[in-house]
Ligand binder design. Structure first.
Ligand SMILES: [Zn+2]
Length: 99
């Protein structure tokens, strides 16, 4: 789980979920209210996991067609990706660029 780099507060799953849906790159720590940013390494990892999961669902859809199983698989993959993403987030005090 993400840990604030200013005060050391470990964010809960609910706090992380709520703050990760913000459109701004900065996420305020629920404890000290300082801006925290997701590290570039975390964003790269989440992009890889998201890409692989989309490819998995597309491959399943190609081989088995649009069945109810595809929607169930999509829901499961979405749930796993969200939980994995929230657990992989690392924070920093400054915004890091991807490249
Ligand atoms: Zn904090």
């Amino acid at each position: 789980m993400p840990v604030c780099q200013t005060c050391g507060h470990t964010w809960s799953l609910g706090e992380t979920l709520k703050r990760s849906f913000s459109i701004w790159p900065a996420m305020k720590c629920p404890n000290c209210e300082r801006d925290q940013f997701i590290t570039a390494k975390s964003r790269k990892r989440s992009a890889i996991v998201s890409g692989l999961s989309i490819a998995l669902v597309m491959l399943f859809n190609i081989f088995f067609g649009p069945t109810a199983y595809t929607f169930v698989l999509f829901g499961l993959v979405l749930l796993v990706v969200m939980i994995t993403y929230l657990r992989m987030i690392k924070l920093s005090n400054t915004e890091e660029h991807m490249f």
